[in-house]
Design a binder for this molecule. Sequence first.
Ligand code: K7E
Ligand code: CUA
Length: 617
Amino acid sequence: MNRQNRQAWSRASALVVLALIASQCTPSQPAARRAGSGVQSDAAVAAQKTYVAPGDLDEYYMFSSGGHSGQIYVYGLPSMRHLSTIPVYTPYPATGYGFDDDSKKMLGDLTWGDAHHPALSETKGDYDGRWLFINEMNGRIARIDLRDFKTKQILGPVPNLHGNHASSFVTPNTEYAMMATRFSRPVPNRVVGIDKYATEYKGIIAGVKIDPQSGHMSLAWQILMPPFDYDLGDAGKLASDGWMFFTSYNTERATGKLEVTASQRDQDYIAAVDWRAVEKAIAEGKGDVIDGVKVIDPKKVPGLVYLMPCGKSPHGVDVSPDGKWIIGSGKLQGVTTAFNFEKVQTAIRNKDFTGEEDGIPVLKYESIKDAEVAVGLGPLHTQFGTDGWAYTSLFIDSAIAKWKLGTWEVVDKAPMSYSIGHLAAAEGDTVSPDGNYLVGLNKLSHGRHLNVGPSQPESSQLLDITEEKMKLLYDAFTEPEPHYAQIIKADKIHPIEVYPREENKHPMAVWDLKDTGVTRNGKKVLVKMIAVRSTLTPTSFEITAGDEVTVAVTNIEQTTDELHGFGLLDYNINLVIDPGETKTVTFIAKKSGVFAYYCTNFCSALHQEMQGYMIVK
Ligand code: K7E
Ligand code: CUA
């Protein structure tokens, strides 16, 4: 049996069992009460659809932003099992992240980050399973390699850009990831009174160039924008390829109590950026260097940015799979607007403008919109399924509305428990969404889990969207703080299980026990160590107080799942070394005495024997 058949078979047999259980349930269970004899209860159907039998594997990976935990949580769908945590902006002792020299250097002075929007790399508008990008509020963006699920690069904090929320949305061939400011400030940063906010503070939109071979990110250009709060973004695709869209609020340029001062106007904007034209302008030498970055002022270089009026205080902006429509709405409204990209282009050609903001033309709302869809109160984000189906999260209604692109009819609403923020559909940001699963990422979850005190667990809710009515299948605990997630077919990702020995080019790697040991160069001491079941070699080493010590540990295993750790007590040192990997840690031996080190990852029957001593004279 292949994997799919095996899954179908195990679900079918599970269904029989569950239906039996459901039919014998006590009457206190409403699902059982609803089930007539011989008819499966809703609960049994839902359980069957999410059941992944022991030994079977999920169909999808979901990469969920960990918000201000600074991490990414990996889930399997449809089981909603939490499979892994990828530390990105925060030290994570479980994998030793933020303790070894390389990851410590990558994190720099910041040991937290507020991550919001993961973006899988794309080829021709389809997830290609190579990399995952995620933004962070302290002006940073990171790349995770999906070959080993490890953070490989953190770019930033980048100059001029403050509060990187409208990020990391990639373009259809991963040419760029984006960054944009939630918080405007003087550019370059200097002290200017808040009374000068409207004229002296600036927003920034930035393009981060991604190397197509290595995935390496570099800051390519920035655009100087009016001091609005840029909130979310999405890249154009197919029909609208070459463009980027960003929502903005506080177009009042207000300060102070924004919930009042920034809600004066009926409309704010979606900024439409022609990034190919920006690329060309930069190549032609346009723009000024500010704090080391090429910055383009649209007042001096027209034709790159346009403002599309949108309902007040918009949050998400989402481009339909064919690229024809741009969906955005005020988050206090009862409708969401579908803007027609063709009409946007026509309005630009005809100079159908109603005004300008700092030299950026404002397009006429009536000329560029196709429809206002009555989705319900508090529309935030829209995801897409097959056949033109769209799903909009409604924060105030605490529901998801299902509606159709083109006919604009709303056909279904599913209540969420509760106060949904983002939502994620299977392959939902691609040119061809799968249309089978949808996950609501809820901001609050009152009463959905056992009570664990004031910090209530958040929840993500899995829905079946294969039929006309959306069906709730599962509630899963979600680590704080849920923002966006992306869902990719499992067979698109092929992670390695060990680092092949021949790929290890680390200058301090050793593979033969006779090459281990201590070398000294003045006050600098290098300890080359091998970790292999069940010894850390050398089993002891001596140094002198005040030495600068580098311990380089190579795990010479080539066996799956044979990780070893190097925990050094009292020195706050905790490495975890995967099979075939070398990691280093450098520290000053400040304390003298005897200190034990040991393997932290249970690796064999004699794991407990895997220990040694550092003697500091
Ligand atoms: Cu939570 Cu995208 Cu930061 Cu919406 S954001 S809800
Ligand atoms: Cu190696 Cu435990």
